[in-house]
Design a protein around this ligand. Structure first.
Ligand SMILES: Cc1ncc(C[n+]2csc(CCOP(=O)(O)OP(=O)(O)O)c2C)c(N)n1
Length: 323
């Protein structure tokens, strides 16, 4: 890892963390409604994957703010979306769970657990028959890997050698259900290893995530078929803002906090001389400014117009169906 890459990882992970802390505050202040699923603790996965998968389609579930920002979405537009404002990335109609930007090939997020996996496979099929070199990246949780749609997706993707990276972020919980209660094993790659290359990595280490996705990307782009990565990670917050997280112990939480992806990258960078204290100080100050600006932008933006209610909801052919 070189200095420029490490700095980029730090910047995006810290930006993501501060964005989420601000979103949490604004939710508590009543400025954000509906669901809000925070990614705090899992930033190495969001940033490492998006930095490595820089070309091709991205399909994601609802825990997606940091992923979207790491893909290149402006934090202002993401924050405005959480506020339900007209200036939001999905014009205020999607909210936290539906950050959608075709210009970035970012098709997020799906609220139906594992619902996006067959769609990702369909897009990989389209890319393959169109002779495209770039493939598809689909990220999902451990809970999703117990759904029928997951098994159908890995089956057809491997039978038809489709260019998909299946990326499982195993944070061990589906809301309050520990993976051991609903799966015969903790590491989910066992379900996939007879279908395609399947690798388990440390999802708290951004460099490891980046390297694994880089390797997988090369594999799928060479037409060899799908590739599976399982990253072990952990969310520090509840499943969403309405979850107090009482199903896990303080001790467990502390173990993972001691593996914090941002603090550990910073320590490593200082030790190896890839960045100095001044860089971190200046970067943190810059990020504070960006986040404050994003919140102000969201607060001061207008609500969507009532006349726009049906825009982007029905396809052109269906327009006349609306009474
Ligand atoms: C088909 C379906 N079943 C149930 C739900 C309710 N639900 C929303 S999130 C979730 C847990 C999913 O956990 P996981 O896939 O591990 O992702 P994580 O939230 O841990 O990132 C459930 C059961 C849903 N949205 N869709």
């Amino acid at each position: 890892m070189n200095s420029a890459r490490v700095k980029k990882f730090y910047y995006l992970m810290r930006l993501g963390r501060e964005f989420e802390l601000a979103a949490k505050r604004e939710y508590m202040n009543g400025n954000i409604a509906g669901f809000l699923h925070l990614d705090i603790g899992q930033e190495a996965v969001s940033v490492g994957t998006m930095q490595a998968f820089d070309k091709g389609d991205v399909f994601t579930h609802y825990r997606e703010h940091v992923l979207a920002i790491a893909r290149g979405m402006d934090p202002k537009l993401v924050m405005a979306e959480l506020f339900g404002k007209k200036t939001g990335i999905s014009r205020g109609k999607g909210g936290s769970m539906h950050l959608f930007e075709p210009k970035l090939d970012f098709y997020g997020g799906d609220a139906i657990v594992a619902g996006h996996l067959p769609i990702a496979v369909g897009c990989a099929y389209a890319r393959k028959i169109q002779g495209e070199n770039a493939g598809v990246f689909a990220i999902f949780g451990d809970g999703a890997s117990n759904a029928g749609a997951f098994f159908e997706s890995i089956n057809i993707a491997s039978a038809w050698k489709l260019p998909v990276i299946f990326f499982l972020e195993n944070n061990f919980y589906a809301i309050g259900t520990h993976i051991s209660w609903v799966s015969p094993f903790i590491e989910q790659f066992h379900k996939v290893k007879n279908y395609m290359p399947a690798k388990v990595i440390d999802g708290m280490n951004v460099c490891e995530v980046y390297d694994a996705v880089t390797e997988a990307k090369e594999y799928i782009e060479n037409g060899l078929g799908p590739y599976f990565i399982e990253a072990k990670t952990y969310r520090y917050e509840g499943h969403s803002m309405s979850d107090a997280g009482k199903y896990r112990s303080e001790e467990e939480l502390e173990i993972y906090k001691s593996k914090d992806p941002i603090e550990n990258l910073k320590k490593e960078a200082l030790k190896k001389g890839l960045a100095d204290e001044r860089y971190f100080r200046e970067t943190d100050a810059k990020i504070e400014h960006i986040i404050n600006e994003a919140v102000e932008f969201a607060k001061n933006s207008p609500e969507p117009d009532v006349e726009e209610l049906y825009d982007g909801v029905f396809c052109k052919e269906c327009e006349n169906v609306i009474p």
